[in-house]
Write a protein that binds this ligand. Structure first.
Ligand SMILES: [Zn+2]
Length: 155
C-alpha cells in the first residue's frame, strides 16, 4: 500500500483521541504540526513503524513537522499517543519555548534582545488562558507578537 494523503490521514484520525492531546485543533490538522502546533511543512509519521511491520494505512499515521518527527518515538501507537499527549500539552516545557525562540530569531531581532523577548513572552503567557490544557496556536502566536512589539519599542 502506498503512503496515504494528508487528507486521508486527517479523515482517519479525527476524533480518535482527545483534541487536547495535540498541539493544534482538528480543524487545522492538515496544516499544523500535531505536536508543536506550528504551521510548517508536515511529514507523515508512522505510529507503528514501517520497519517493524507497521502498515501504510491512514490510521497508522500522525502529521508532524521535521523537528517533532525526529523526536517522536518509533515503537507503536500507544507510544506515539503518550508522547503526543505529554509533549504537546507541556505548557511551560522547554520545547514549546524553543519553538518560540525560533520564531523570535526568524523575526530579525538581535540575539542580544532574545532574553528580554523570552521574558516578555513568559509574562504574557502567565496572563493567557489555556485551551484544554495547552495554549492554542493562536495564543502562542499572539504571545510572541506582543513580546516582539515590547522589545521593538525598547520597553
Ligand atoms: Zn512540530
Amino acid at each position: 500500500m502506498s503512503m496515504p494523503t494528508v487528507a486521508a490521514i486527517v479523515r482517519a484520525q479525527k476524533g480518535a483521541w482527545p483534541e487536547h492531546w495535540m498541539g493544534c485543533d482538528w480543524d487545522e490538522a492538515r496544516t499544523r504540526c500535531w505536536c508543536c502546533g506550528f504551521n510548517r511543512r508536515l511529514q507523515r509519521a508512522h505510529m507503528h513503524p514501517a520497519a517493524t511491520g507497521g502498515p501504510n494505512d491512514p490510521g497508522n499515521f500522525v502529521l508532524l513537522c521535521a523537528e517533532c518527527h525526529r523526536e517522536a518515538p518509533d515503537l507503536d501507537r500507544e507510544a506515539m499517543l503518550t508522547w503526543l499527549r505529554e509533549t504537546s500539552s507541556d505548557l511551560h516545557g522547554d520545547r514549546r519555548w524553543r519553538a518560540a525562540l525560533e520564531l523570535l530569531r526568524r523575526s530579525g531581532i538581535s540575539d542580544d534582545d532574545v532574553p528580554a523577548a523570552i521574558e516578555a513572552a513568559r509574562r504574557h503567557a502567565e496572563a493567557a488562558g489555556t485551551h484544554g490544557g495547552s495554549f492554542s496556536p493562536g495564543t502562542c502566536t499572539e504571545i510572541v507578537r506582543r513580546a516582539l512589539a515590547e522589545v521593538a519599542d525598547g520597553a
